[in-house]
Design a protein. Structure first.
Length: 249
């Protein structure tokens, strides 16, 4: 049976009189990439922010690994197994790839009782950071400053930093933005390799990439779901074509 790792139920988020997310229900299943698409302002990033705990839902519920986390803070959800990336780069540019990953791992493997020892020497976080960098394909640039990486490598590093926290769920907000063809291929290969052990939510505007990588696609219009199905069914939906894709695919 499919394992639902993260579940949102009837999520609504209002900003004053604006209904940014309107009664959205979504299941993220281990082993699948679930893409959320829609025009700018459709509510995609707001949905990720609610699922991650960055902003609270106005109503509705969020479950992570069977636990009701609706009222949990973002750090608590992260420690429980939820990782996310942002549209903007969030790496520590002066630090090396290795150190960025170690710092991310340290957030999960905190040892406040070991106040007398250097955090940089923590074997657990050092090892976890190295594993994450390797999984993200960055083992060849471990000692390079993050600020010297290419745009695509920085996006890989962001995912590596997520992986260093040992997440069960990955919420990825436009990880392909600004990438060339070669960088896009590397990222898609990375996501394909990660899906077996994670539930992945992908917000992305590159429709060619979405239809290649996604197992399921949810389409938002004005904060509400108009379709949620396998890619072939979404591609064939006249409502989706009219509202978002602008014609037959």
């Amino acid at each position: 049976m499919s394992e639902v790792v993260l579940r949102g139920r009837n999520i609504t988020r209002r900003w004053g009189g604006v209904l940014a997310v309107n009664g959205v229900s979504i299941d993220l299943v281990r082993g699948e990439v679930h893409a959320v698409i829609g025009t700018n302002g459709a509510g995609k990033s707001t949905l990720i922010n609610v699922l991650s705990g960055e902003i609270p839902a106005s109503s509705g519920a969020v479950e992570l690994l069977g636990a009701d986390v609706t009222r949990w803070t973002q750090p608590r959800r992260a420690r429980a197994g939820l990782g996310r990336s942002y549209q903007r780069n969030t790496v520590f540019e002066p630090f090396s790839v290795r150190e960025n990953c170690r710092l991310a791992a340290q957030a999960r493997h905190q040892r406040p009782w070991r106040w007398w020892s250097e955090a940089s020497r923590c074997e657990v976080s050092v090892a976890a950071g190295l594993r994450a960098a390797t999984r993200a394909g960055l083992d060849g640039v471990l000692d390079r400053a993050a600020g010297l990486l290419s745009h695509g490598e920085k996006r890989q590093l962001e995912i590596a930093m997520c992986l260093a926290t040992d997440p069960q769920v990955l919420l990825l907000d436009e990880p392909l933005a600004g990438m060339g063809a070669e960088e896009t291929e590397r990222m898609l290969a990375l996501l394909d390799g990660l899906r077996a052990q994670h539930a992945i939510l992908l917000v992305e505007h590159d429709m060619d990439a979405v239809f290649r990588i996604a197992d399921r696609i949810t389409v938002l219009v004005d904060g509400a779901i108009i379709a949620s199905d396998v890619p072939a069914a979404v591609r064939a939906s006249r409502e989706v074509q009219t509202a978002y894709l602008g014609g037959a695919l």
